[in-house]
Write a protein that binds this ligand. Sequence first.
Ligand code: ASP
Length: 318
Amino acid sequence: MWGIIATWTMAKDGAEEGKKILENKGEAGEAIEKAIKSVEDFPYYKSVGYGGLPNEEMEVELDAAYMDGTTLDFGAVCAIKDFANPISVAKKLSKLNENSVLVGAGAEAYAHKEGFERKNMLTDRAKIHYKNRKKDIINLELKPYSGHDTVGMVCLDSFGNVVSGTSTSGLFMKKKGRVGDSPIIGSGLYADSDIGGASATGLGEDIMKGIISYEIVKLMETGLSPQKACEEAVSNFEKKMIKRRGKLGDISVIAMNNKGEWGVATNIDNFSFVVANENSDICIYRAKRKGRETIYEPATKEWVDNYVEERMKPLEEK
Ligand code: ASP
C-alpha cells in the first residue's frame, strides 16, 4: 500500500506529482520532496515558498522540515532567505548526524555551499499583499497575523516507509526571526514507519505547546485509527488550552498510518486537504469541526475552481 495526504487545496498539483512516484514504486522521500517543491515553486500560493508573504520587514523568511520515519532522520531550516526550495535543504540536512537543524544565515551558508538554487523569493504580488495589509491593519484594524497556511504532508511508499515534510512562509507580518511549529520536530510534523506520520498547520505558537504531531503518532501507536487519533489529539489539547489559557489558535492536522489509512481534525470551519492512496484516486476534501469530531466531504469542482481563481486573480494596490 502507498498513500499521500497533504494540508490545504494548494497541495493538489504537488500531491499529484508525489502520487505518480509512489504508484510507480518510488520512495516516499523522493515523492514528498517533489510534491512540496511543486507547491514552493508555484508563485500564487502566498504562504509557501516563492510568492510567500513576507515578514514585518518585507523579507520572505521560510521554514521547512523533513522527517524519515524509518531512520528517524530529521532536518530543518528556519527563517532561511533567498533559496528556492527549503524542503530540499531540509531533506539534505536530515542525513547529517550533527548540525541537521540550521537557522537564518547558517542555513543560507549551508545551502550556498551545497549548491542549492538561489532565488529572490519576494514577488511583486507578495509586495502588493504586504502593502495592502499594512493599510488594512491601520484602516480596518485587522490583526496583522491573520493569513497563513503551511503545506504539510505525509507519504507512505510501497516498501512501508513513512516520511513527513513541511514548508511555509509562516505567519504573515511575523517578526524577523520568528519561527513557528512547522520546522519543529513533533510539533509541525512527525513520522515513524512502525506507526505512521502526522503534520499540523495553524497558529505555530499554540501548536508547539501541544507537540501535536508526535501526540497523534503516539495515539495511533495505541491502536487508534488516524481519524480518531487526530480528533482525540486536537480535542484534548483544546480542552487543556481553554482551561489553562482561555483560548486556542487555529489548528488543523493530518495523519496517515503505515497501512495507508488516514485522518484529519480541525478546530476551524474551512480546512481543506488532499489525499490519495492505492485504493482511492486523489481527492480534495473540505473539513470542519463538529463538536469533538471533524467532518469532511469532497470539494465540488465549482469550489475548487473558485479557489484557484481567487488565488490567481489580478491584484491591485489599494
Ligand atoms: N503553522 C505555521 C506557523 O505558525 C503557519 C500555518 O500553518 O499556517 O508558522
